[in-house]
Each structure stands twice: as C-alpha cells, then as structure tokens.
Write a protein that binds this ligand. Structure first.
Ligand code: 26V
Length: 836
C-alpha cells in the first residue's frame, strides 16, 4: 500500500540526547489546550533537548517547541496513510529538484490551528512565540520561483486532501546566504542542518543507484534478447520525510527527500583490502551527490555532478513508487492507473528512460508495454523559455555516466522520428528540429524534447507562456499532438503568503467578510463592497502602515537606514537577472535624482525603493546590477537634496522569511521583465494578495493579474512580446533611444562619466556598454514608457482614498492566484485525481 513502508515513523535523532523518552503520565501528546501544550513543552525541554528550561537557549526552546508541534502531526500523519491504504487511492508523485519550503514552525501552527493556544502556553512559562520562531533556520532547498512553487503546491495538495508523495533532494547546503560587502554580493554557505532538523523523520527503506560502466546484451531463459547495465559505481539513497500538514484538515502528506550515502558493502570491500583512505574517499564521493544545491548559473550546462543529482533522486523516487505499487498487490502493468508523476521542469525528466529501464531490464517488460505505461504516467511542466536555461547534456558526458539510458533515449528517438516521418514525409528540417539529439555544436541530449515526447501532458505556467511554448519553442510538437498541451497558471498559497505574513490585514478581513475565503480565495471578492467606504479604507491603510513600520524597523536595525513608513514603498524583489531588469529601475531612480537636483521635479512623492534578490555566483552582470543598486542607494540616501524624499535600500539575503516580511509592506509591486521572458512570476501574486498595486509589462502572470484586478487598478508600460519580436526583427538599435531621450542620456552619461559615483567611471562601464550596444532585454526601449507611467503612479499615490481603493480591489480580486485553484486544475485536467 502506498505510504506503508515503515512500521511507525521514528523521529530523526540529531544528537544522542535528543531521543524522545517516555513522558510524564499527565502528558497528552495530541492535546491541543494551552495546558496540554505547556506540559508537552516542559517535557520536551527535559527529555528531548535535555536542558532545564531555566538554563535553555532560544535555540533549545525552538527545538522543544518543534517537537511539541511535530507530536501533534503524528496522529494525523498515520491516519492519512491508513486512509489512503483503505481507499486504495490513486497517488501523485511530484518530482522536483527544488523545494523552497521556508520555516515550518509558524506554518504548522497555523495549519493545525494551534497558534493562539501555543502563544498562551509559552506566555505561561514566560516566553514569546515570535522570538523563538525567529531561531528556525530556513530550509532553502531551492533557488527561486520553481522551488517555491513546489512548496506552495505541497501546501495546497494537503489542504485539498489530495494524496501526494513529493520527492526531491535533501541538500546538505541549500541556497547560499547572501551578504553585501561594499555593495558587492558575497556568498556564504548555508549550514541549515548544523543543529539538526526536527521536522524530518527517517524511514527504514533505502535504494541503490548506479552510475558509469557499460551495457551488455544476453539471452534470457526463454532465449529472448535482453539488455543489462553493468555499472561501475553504486550509491545508496536514504529517505528523510517531512510531514506537510494541510490547512484545517487532518491530511498530512509526505515530502520525501533523498540523501546520498556510500553503499556499505562497497566500502567494506575496499576497507578489507587495506585501503582505508580509498574507502573514505569513496564514501565522500558518494555523499557529494546530495551536498549542495546548484545555483542557476550561466555555466549550468554540462555539469556532471548535476546530472548525477538528477538521476540519483529520480531513480530513488521511481524505485520507491514501484515498490509501494507492488506492496499494494498490484501488477506493474497497472502502474499508470494508480500513479501519476509530475516533472517539475526537465530536472527529473531522466525518469522517462529510467522507468523504461526498470520495467524492461528488471521486470521483463517488452518495449511496447513499458512505453505504454511510461508515456501514460508522466506530465511535464515547463518553467522557462530562455534558451540558455533549457537543459541539454553533451552526449559523451551523458553516455559515460548513464550508458543504458542513452541507449534507451536513442531508441525512443528513433521510434518517434519513424512515426514523424510517416506523418510528415520528406521534411528533414522538421525531423532535425524534433530529434531529442541536438546536432548543432556539440551533440547533446535535449531534455525538454525528451520530456515532451515521454509525457501524456505538457503545460506552461501562465497563459502567455503556454501560448509562446505552443507557437514557438515547442511548436512542432504542439502541431503534432495539440491535445497534450494546456495552460496551468501558477498560484501561491494564501496560508503562508497572506494569513501567516499579514496578521493585521487578515484580522481586518476576517472581521469584515468572515473566514470563508481561507479555503476559497475567491471569497475575498466580498471586500469589493467596501471599496468606496472611506472609514474602511482608513483601516485598510492603517493595517498596511503597521506592516510598513515593522519593515522600517527591520531596516533601521539591520542596515542603519532610516526610512519613512508614510512614504510609498516601491518593491522589486526577485532573483537578480537582466531579463527581470533591476537595472531599469536603478536608471529610473537616477533620473528622478537628476530631476530633483536640477529643480525640474519640484514636489516628488516621498518614496522608499526596496530591492532584494540573489545573483547566481558566476553571473557577473547580475552581480554588477546589485552593485549598481547599492551605489545608487549611497548616492541618493546621502545627498541632502534627495535623502528626505527618496531612500533606496538593498535588503540582503532575500529568502522566504524575508519575503514574508516584505510583501505585506509593499505599496507598489514592480513586475518589469522584458515581455515574453518571465514564464509566470509568483512574487507578483503574493504582493497583489497583500494589497500592492502592480506596475508591470504585459508579461507572464502580469497579464492575468491585470485582467483580474481591472485595467484601472494596474499601471501598464512597455513593449509587448510581439512588439519586442518586431523591434528585434527590424534591427534594434538601443543607442537611438539614448540619443532621443534627454533624460535617459543624462542618466547614462552620468554613470559613464563617474559623476554619480565619486568619479568612478570604470565599474559600470561593462553594464553601460552592454546597454548601448546590444541591450538584449530592451531596457532602453522601455525606459521612457516606464518613466512616464511612474509619474502617474506617484500622482495616484497622493490621493489616499483612490490608492486605497486600488489596493483593496487588488486583494479582493486575487482569488485566482491561490495555488488551490492551480492544483484543482492539475487534478482535473492532468492528474485525474479527486479533490477534497
Ligand atoms: C535558469 C537559468 C539557468 C541558466 C542561466 C539562466 C537561467 C535563467 C532562469 C532559470 C530558471 C529556470 C526555471 C525557473 O525557475 N523558472 C521560474 O519558474 C517559476 C515557477 O513556475 C516562474 O514563476 C518564473 O517565471 C520562472 O522564471
């Protein structure tokens, strides 16, 4: 049966003394009253942490508290497993190389409905929940939107009682911690596991995963020709399970993350031969596989360890699903009836040849039978159109590491192209375009093509993105099997991104329209009735100012910059990338600076410009963009002519927890990517939910946000995707825009001459040169339009009621952007799973 592979979950032991002991007789481990929680907390302090409360550190208290909360999930977790077993349910296997979960503690308290009692219990022992919660290290097992989406999906799946097993990698080091030194990004390692992880539970299963070696053919008992892989290296995969509680339901699903370890017997053989150092080296090499999360570097292509990571976690997960399927007493030929597997981008797409291999080589399936099951099992979500981000592996690297998989891919490709040849006779160009094996430059395996060919369903993550996939990137496949393609616009969980992050606004909403919206976000529409109620708008504004003051305090304490909570908070937080155009915003701030200095802008709307985001460590231009923002901050924050009306702040180490602090404080949400480049974006949804008004291009989910909130409640600027394509086609000349716009010219010249930056003209020369000569993301083309619309924003912000109305309507109309809606659509159209 699914989920039945362990006798009972056993707590992970991080330190010897942390083993759970018998508790005092008065303790009710599932009890939820303040008194029960207090007793439980005291017991865990003594028996789990092993320190008297009086001498405990906040970290000790956090560990005791986490154990209290985990206890409350265990009954429900076992109940969920039992329930799935009894009903022999169809299960989703969600495969993702990244999960950006964010802190667990407060989220679990919210979802389990324990928060008020817990606050009281802690108060009774003289402690403060928020202070303890701040000790939790964030599990940053993802780079950005893709990993955070997987985390939101897990929350929604549990909330909607959908049976799911999430699978991924238990990286020992997650996304790096970002420090800013003299305006430059410095990366520090993220040791999130150093004090143990109270949210994970060890399981008693493990699997072996092989690498390298060669393949052979042989005749089986019946004289049939078969293939086998004779590998050279074997690694063990050990599962660590994290319970994922739904909101106000008893469903607790499981996220299973794999850690790589040496295979004991392998180690031992080397050890016995006397090669101690060799044995240790083998062990370390095996463990390397789950050591560190890869950042989305420009040089991401062709990293062998990354392919090893992908194959490692995908193979462990498939072996696990096949075993669970067989334990149900089911035949493997019905695997696709009981399981549906979603590939979160191409990272786990090696699962397609791996399932073929497992079925054919280990379970004697014929090609056709194995393909029938495989092709009906997988769904593939694409998350980017950027060509440099589409995964392709050099053939020799791939074949050296996974020789049997390369053979299988060749055969998938051959059979597929044979089929295409009969559909499109004499169309060699099309055959070359559709082949999984790329022939331009170094020959390579193109994973997106493999994923498309091996899946029953393919989807993009916003309407425009899906359209561009269908019409451009994957056009040949769309033309061939249009019924496999669909759009699933992303969403975010309102539990973490509204209820947890913005309690003041949530109290006001609950008091005004009740709580039905907690599980159906469209219910927020009830707020529209209050859009013209001045008293209500005043309270709305008050709640927002509370959040702004709290962020202002954080900025003052951590960065020693004073910002005015009454100023407009203009927020641009996301990964740093040229297509997201943090530099467009920086140029605009400089243009305001110039206009204030020369007296042409007389009465500017006081504004605080907030930036945050990480640059991939080897992405030189992105790092230079951070330096530019920080230099602009130094300039305007210290000039007496501007410092009282504008402040620029770069918030270091943007993360889930910092996001929770920032989004509720945003007045203006900057979504200014070059049209056609942002697949969806999800930060835009979080800000909309919290009442920020968007300034944005017609890109990704912006288009749908604008449709939902109404054109009059959205500030639109910039070229559209077709206009960008036309401009490019006609021969884009960024310098012409520079010559034509006096404002732009003044700003660019100011940077080039070093006038803004104490005479330093060298630092930003590569950035300016790039913009003037090439400008691949149309920064200069969109500059004037951006500037004009910003003037409208500033004027609009001065009319407090009109702005409040826009803000309220953004929240009221954000219902579509709940990940609950997204998950319902996946369940209905792709996974064929009932929703609770
Ligand atoms: C990867 C790379 C790697 C090579 C260098 C350039 C580059 C640029 C971007 C990426 C990210 C690829 C996958 C990804 O994270 N996509 C994001 O997925 C989100 C969830 O669907 C979506 O909201 C974002 O728009 C999309 O960028």
């Amino acid at each position: 049966m699914p989920f039945q592979d362990q006798e009972a979950p056993r707590p992970q032991q991080h330190e010897p003394e942390q083993q759970a002991q018998d508790t005092q007789p008065s303790e009710n481990r599932a009890g939820t009253s303040a008194k029960d929680l207090e007793i439980s907390f005291r017991n865990h302090m003594t028996h789990t942490v092993g320190r008297p409360l009086e001498n405990s550190s906040i970290l000790d208290q956090y560990h005791a508290l986490a154990a209290v909360v985990r206890d409350r999930m265990m009954d429900q977790w076992l109940e969920t497993i039992e329930n799935y077993k009894q009903h022999n349910v169809r299960v989703l296997g969600y495969l993702s190389a990244e999960y950006l979960l964010g802190p667990h503690l407060e989220n679990a308290l919210l979802n389990l409905d324990l928060r008020p009692q817990m606050e009281e219990a802690l108060k009774n022992v003289g402690l403060d929940l928020a202070t303890i919660a701040a000790e939790e290290p964030e599990p940053g097992l993802g780079n950005g939107g893709l990993g955070r989406l997987a985390a939101c999906f897990m929350d929604s799946l549990s909330t909607l009682d959908v049976p799911v097993l999430g699978y991924g990698l238990r990286y020992e080091f997650g996304i790096f911690r970002q420090e800013i030194v003299d305006g430059w990004q410095v990366e520090k390692s993220d040791k999130w596991l150093q004090y143990g992880n109270p949210w994970e539970i060890g399981a008693s299963t493990s699997y072996e995963v092989c690498f390298f070696g060669h393949t052979e053919t042989y005749n089986d008992d019946q004289g049939l020709l078969r293939h086998r892989w004779v590998p050279e290296h074997t690694v063990k995969g050990i599962p660590y399970d994290t319970p994922i509680p739904g909101y106000q339901t008893r469903t607790v699903n499981r996220l299973r993350l794999w850690k790589a370890a040496a295979v004991d017997s392998f180690d031992l053989s080397i050890f016995n031969s006397g090669d101690y150092m060799g044995a240790v080296r083998q062990k370390m090499e095996s463990e390397t596989i789950s050591k560190v999360l890869y950042p989305p570097d420009e040089q991401i292509q062709g990293k062998r360890l990354r392919l090893m990571q992908q194959y490692f976690f995908t193979s462990c997960s498939l072996q696990d699903m096949l075993r669970l399927h067989c334990m149900r007493g089911e035949k493997l030929s019905t695997f696709h009836e009981k399981w549906t597997i979603q590939l979160n981008d191409t990272h786990p797409s090696i699962g397609i040849p791996e399932l073929m291999r497992l079925l054919m080589d280990n379970h004697n399936f014929s090609w056709d039978d194995a393909w029938n099951v495989t092709q009906k099992t997988f769904g593939y979500t694409n998350h980017t159109l950027l060509p440099e981000a589409l995964e392709r592996w050099p053939l020799d690297l791939f074949g050296g590491l996974l020789p049997r998989h390369l053979e299988i891919i060749y055969e998938i490709n051959e059979r597929f192209l044979d089929d295409m040849r009969s559909r499109y006779p004499n169309d060699d160009a099309r055959m070359r375009r559709m082949s999984i094996i790329g022939e331009e430059g170094e020959r390579s395996v193109q994973m997106a093509k493999l994923a498309v060919i091996g899946s029953k369903a393919i989807n993009g993550v916003a309407e425009l993105h899906t359209q561009l996939l269908e019409q451009d990137t994957l056009h040949d496949y769309y033309e061939t099997f249009p019924e496999r393609f669909s759009n699933k616009t992303n969403g975010v969980t309102p539990r973490r991104w509204l209820m947890l992050s913005n309690p003041c606004l949530v109290d006001l909403i609950n008091e005004t329209i009740g709580t039905r919206w907690h599980k159906d976000l469209y219910g927020l529409r009830g707020l529209e009735h209050f859009a013209d109620d001045k008293n209500f708008l005043a309270r709305w504004r008050q709640a927002q100012e509370g959040c702004k003051s709290s962020l202002a305090k954080y900025i003052s304490q951590n960065l020693s910059i004073t910002v005015d909570p009454a100023s407009m908070f203009d927020v641009h937080v996301k990964r740093i990338h040229e297509y997201k155009r943090q530099h467009l915003k920086a140029l605009h701030i400089l243009s305001l600076y110039c206009q204030i200095k020369n007296g042409t802008l007389k009465n500017p709307t006081p504004t605080t410009y907030l930036f945050g985001g990480k640059a991939a460590p080897s992405y030189v231009m992105a790092k230079l963009m951070i330096k530019l923002v920080c230099s602009v901050a130094d300039l305007v924050n210290n000039d007496p002519a501007t410092r009282d009306v504008m402040k620029v702040v770069f918030l270091p180490n943007y993360s889930v927890s910092l996001g929770q602090h920032i989004y509720p404080a945003a007045d203006l949400s900057e979504q200014i990517s070059t049209a056609g480049k942002e697949a969806s974006g999800t930060g835009c949804m979080k800000m909309m939910m919290n009442g920020a008004v968007t300034i944005g291009t017609l890109d990704g989910a912006n288009i749908e946000i604008r449709k939902e909130c109404g054109e009059e409640n959205f500030f639109l600027f910039g070229l559209t995707a077709p206009q960008i394509a036309d401009t490019l086609h006609a021969g884009y000349q960024p310098r012409a825009y520079y010559e034509r716009s006096p404002l732009l010219k003044e700003v660019m010249d100011g940077i080039t001459s070093g006038r803004f930056f104490g005479g330093n003209s060298a630092t930003f020369a590569p950035l300016v040169d790039n913009l003037l000569s090439w400008d691949p993301f149309f920064v200069l083309a969109d500059f004037d339009s951006y500037d004009t619309v910003h003037t409208q924003v500033s004027d609009a912000y001065r009319d407090t009621n009109a702005w409040g109305r826009m803000s309220l309507l953004n929240t009221a109309r954000s219902g579509k952007f709940s990940s609950d809606r997204t998950i319902r659509e996946y369940c209905r159209d792709i996974w064929k799973l009932p929703v609770g």
